[in-house]
Design a protein around this ligand. Structure first.
Ligand code: 6FA
Ligand code: ABL
Length: 538
């Protein structure tokens, strides 16, 4: 069957788009390369302590750190991308830390690369807040659990002039502000677009979700897309899914997935298309070279540079560094969660967030975000320390970051990755982040009982940052690989095509001030309104 709209990828962008299209009566098929996640989507990956319930790894917020944990079998992460990304229903939103910030006006300003027709985010932010409200107190008994880091951060940040706020009540207040972490959890469970947008879409007979379906390319007749090529021969002859006359394809396959599909469709820089040409299976689906479209797909990429500081404080409970949450959780916490979906397991690991603006030596303002959580990834230190008292502050450089990298195919086997890393290509970014880190380290020295263990006293801060492993320097917040104004036009349509659109993190032209899923979903609300208003569609 042909469709009005084919949407590729069920992440933050794709779910908003699918719901709004099906709401307007369009026939929509949503193609997702992965399988189920939360129990609402058919997932059954339940921790042993929750056996016999429908509470999966993806539903239970407190299992978040288990995504990176010991079980080894991380099928939820994409295997065809060299960084962390979710390949299952919900995309990143089904496996992420669920930190959730309503976007700011500044996130969508022309100064940060948006066309002037996109700068009025407010009504789309409202639509998002209505469908998916945030909470900074995710346990429905009203108690904040495992909350010792707030006491320490209060002592550290107050002398620096920070104000304690409810962060999402004041989205624009991002300089010297801190507060409890906000999440898109509800009812003590992962919620996000899967529990909202996908549920309303799924109730409509004109919407269909097809899992385990990889889109490899779009088929086109010159500038007109006629359908998509997939690996799923059960749904169409040779895996081909056609569009209705005037139908449209919307790529929401993420910052790596969308460029890969474009390259395999003959859209992008010639070095990338030539890697596709070297892969016989993929080359067979390329259009004639006279139809190649040369666009800067994969260029202009950003991800927040981030550096962890590790501290101990006698008040902290590091929660056994989350080591036992899957196989052997603290019995009282497990029992409480099973009984009422409250307690420690009603939240992911972060507890406190803060922001401040800094001026770099180039005169540009850059924002720094801090995320504070009990526990740590790894500690390198000369000190002896009490591991049950460790917490981490991750410091991210956000809005105003100037460094850019490139996403592309890493070889003719068509894996995708960063072919130019996007962090610290501008030395002023590094210098500014170091300035922010130094401020926290200096202030920490005045908090009684607080000890910085990483970096230790044999390592200078600048050596620590200089030698930071590039595998840990990123933040999984990739944007920009199909930037608006460069690859897509102001209707999110791929330039020089008639009916091919992109709505996901890849069109966001520069880093937003917080973890990006809220901005991406508000962006998708605005994008789909523009696409529906554009003449010539189905
Ligand atoms: N963002 C936040 O705001 N808060 C967080 O706490 C947060 N944490 C994390 C995190 O802990 C991890 C480990 C990761 C990887 C990301 C985090 N993020 C966080 C970032 C956030 O999740 C992403 O920015 C956001 O999900 C990006 O939304 P997009 O719509 O651009 O893309 P997704 O990756 O969500 O979805 C793409 C979907 O397309 C996937 O389901 C994928 O399987 C599918 N897909 C890809 N290629 C495909 C193909 N060829 N055919 C079919 N489906 C395809
Ligand atoms: C985010 O936005 C980041 O993308 C994640 O990297 C981050 O989680 C979450 N939010 C929560 O702040 C961290 C984990 O806490 C670490 O244990 C893990 O090593 C890291 O992600 C991997 O990037």
């Amino acid at each position: 069957t042909p469709y009005d709209y084919i949407v590729v990828g069920s992440g933050a962008g794709g779910l908003v788009v699918s719901d709004r299209l099906s709401e307007q009566g369009k026939s929509v098929i949503l193609l997702e390369q992965g399988g189920p996640s939360t129990s609402m989507t058919g997932g059954t990956d339940t921790p042993p302590w929750a056996d016999g319930t429908d509470l999966t790894r993806f539903d239970i917020p407190g299992e978040f750190q288990s995504m990176f944990g010991s079980s080894g079998q991380t099928y939820w992460f994409c295997k065809d991308i060299t960084t962390f990304a979710g390949c299952l229903v919900g995309g990143g939103t089904s496996i992420n830390g669920a930190l959730y910030w309503y976007p700011t006006q500044d996130d969508f300003s022309t100064a940060h690369g948006w066309p002037s027709s996109w700068t009025n985010i407010d009504s789309y932010r409202q639509k998002l807040m209505q469908r998916l409200p945030s909470t900074d107190n995710p346990s429905s008994d009203g108690i904040r659990y495992l909350n010792q880091t707030m006491g320490v951060m209060q002592q550290l940040l107050t002398p620096l002039g920070f104000t304690h706020i409810t962060i999402n009540d004041n989205p624009e207040f991002k300089d010297h502000a801190y507060g409890y972490s906000a999440y898109n959890f509800q009812q003590g469970k992962r919620w996000g677009p899967v529990a909202t947008y996908l549920q309303t879409a799924s109730q409509r007979s004109n919407f269909r979700l097809e899992k385990y379906t990889v889109v490899t390319s779009v088929a086109r007749n010159g500038s007109t897309v006629t359908g998509v090529q997939t690996n799923n021969t059960a749904i169409g002859p040779n895996g081909f899914i056609p569009l209705n006359p005037n139908g449209r394809v919307i790529l929401s396959a993420g910052s790596f997935g969308t460029p890969r599909i474009l390259f395999q469709s003959g859209i992008g820089p010639s070095d990338m298309i030539s890697l596709v040409q070297q892969n016989a299976a993929a080359a067979a689906f390329l259009p004639p070279s006279s139809d190649f479209i040369d666009l800067p797909v994969g260029m202009n990429v950003q991800d927040n540079p981030s550096i962890n500081l590790m501290f101990t404080h006698p008040s902290i409970d590091s929660y056994d560094n989350w080591a036992n949450i899957w196989g052997d959780p603290r019995p009282a916490d497990a029992a409480q969660y099973l009984a009422s979906q409250t307690g420690v397991f009603a939240s992911s690991s972060p507890r406190v967030n803060f922001w401040r603006a800094l001026e770099g030596s180039d005169g540009n303002t850059r924002y720094i975000q801090g995320t504070v959580r009990p526990g740590f990834d790894s500690v390198t230190t000369d000190y002896s320390y009490n591991s049950s008292q460790v917490f981490s502050i991750t410091m991210y450089l956000s809005t105003g970051t100037t460094s850019r990298g490139r996403i592309g195919l890493t070889s003719s086997s068509l894996g995708a990755g960063a072919i130019t890393q996007p962090w610290f290509t501008d030395p002023v970014d590094k210098e500014t982040l170091i300035q922010g880190l130094q401020e926290i380290i200096n202030a920490a020295a005045n908090v009684s009982g607080l000890t910085l263990i990483t970096p230790d006293n044999t390592t200078t801060l600048s050596d620590y940052v200089d030698n930071y492993p590039s595998s840990s320097l990123g933040s999984n917040h990739w944007v920009g690989s199909c930037s608006i104004g460069k690859v897509v036009d102001e209707n999110a349509k791929v330039m020089n095509t008639d009916n091919l659109f992109v709505v996901d993190a890849s069109i966001v032209p520069s880093l937003v001030v917080g973890n990006p899923q809220g901005a991406i979903m508000a962006m998708a609300e605005m994008a789909i309104a523009k696409i529906l208003a554009l003449s010539g569609g189905p």
